[in-house]
Design a protein around this ligand. Sequence first.
Ligand code: SF4
Length: 409
Amino acid sequence: MIENPLRLKASRQKPVTSGQRPVPRSQEPEASDQSPDAQSQTPAARCKRPDASLRRATLGLSSSRRQPSCNRPFIVPVFLPHAGCPHQCVFCNQSAITGKRSTPTSKDVHHQIKTFLNFRRKPRQNTQIAFYGGNFFGIQAQTAERLLAQATQYVTTGHAHSIRFSTRPDTIQRQQMALIKDYPVSTIELGVQSMDERVLKLSKRGHSAADTIKAMHLLKELGYEAGVQLMVGLPGDNAQRLQATAQKIARLKPDFIRIYPTVVLSGSPLAALYKKGNYVPLSLAEAVSQVKDLYLLFKRENIRVIRMGLQASVDLQNGSTILAGPYHPSFGHLVYSEIFLEMAMSAIQSDHSKAKSVILNVHPHSVSKMSGLKNENIKRLCQEFGLQTVDIVADDSLKKNQLKISTRP
Ligand code: SF4
């Protein structure tokens, strides 16, 4: 029995408009790990936790405050644009992305943390203070310790649970790790970007794939939650090299992945290459397709993909920050929609190719993914299979990654 039925009707004569979408915004999940897996149809992977017992003992903090929970954390970002960067990576311009120009002062850090904590809906929600936008282990030790000490104040007073930061793979060394052992750091994100040496070189990363492998092994040995940031569309990359990168990363079993499409940011070295015609970005459709393939590969390996696409911001959307490339404020949604479209196409093709009307049952949270942005999926299905109507019905007996398909008598 279908509960809570919500219907989207589409016909070739009169396609629905986005205004007819019946799912209230509050029901629509953001791009997250709780997403459909078209091929394996497995439930969303459960989040793994680091074994932080060593560091917990050192900190003397209670495990309930110290350890990240399985809930998606509430992240309080503190941006350190280009702090500690030994190289100018070809695609990067953190100032353009974050709108910030310099490393924040102590006062700025407190102000930023307090402001973000006020946005938190549930005070007890797992909260992490995150240092992003630079190469954390490249920062002068004194500054890094000042930042960690500031963030630790919020953990010891119970306003946050732990600290996370992003850093380059070649900075993960035992000596560096010793510097943070007395702070409540639980999560480290590695800016890996690619595992292909040609791509790393052309992107001017200044580190190798071997650095990433060594770094991941050390993070796991020390019990940190370890994440990986990957990019699609880097100079010299292609779909085959990207798949090879993804397979190498999957073997390292990171706790989570972020995937970003390469865009041409003004002021970046890539902008100069692009203007001379020496770099051609991926189209939006190519980027969505490549990210979808990576997403499905990681889901099959039970590795959480926690973000696909750049976080939309006023700075990114102001028209002068991104010169070219596959930026879309709902990039993750486009990827999920493509996955649902392919599921529906394959099911119709194999079992309902003669049907004139189909009913697609999906979990209520997946209705917008099934319909696609501006009901694009419904239009595609109508065109592709000559369908007269496509009804999308919300069915909370299904999992978020499932699709049930039937035809109208
Ligand atoms: S990608 Fe990372 S290391 Fe490279 S310039 Fe940007 S912040 Fe620095």
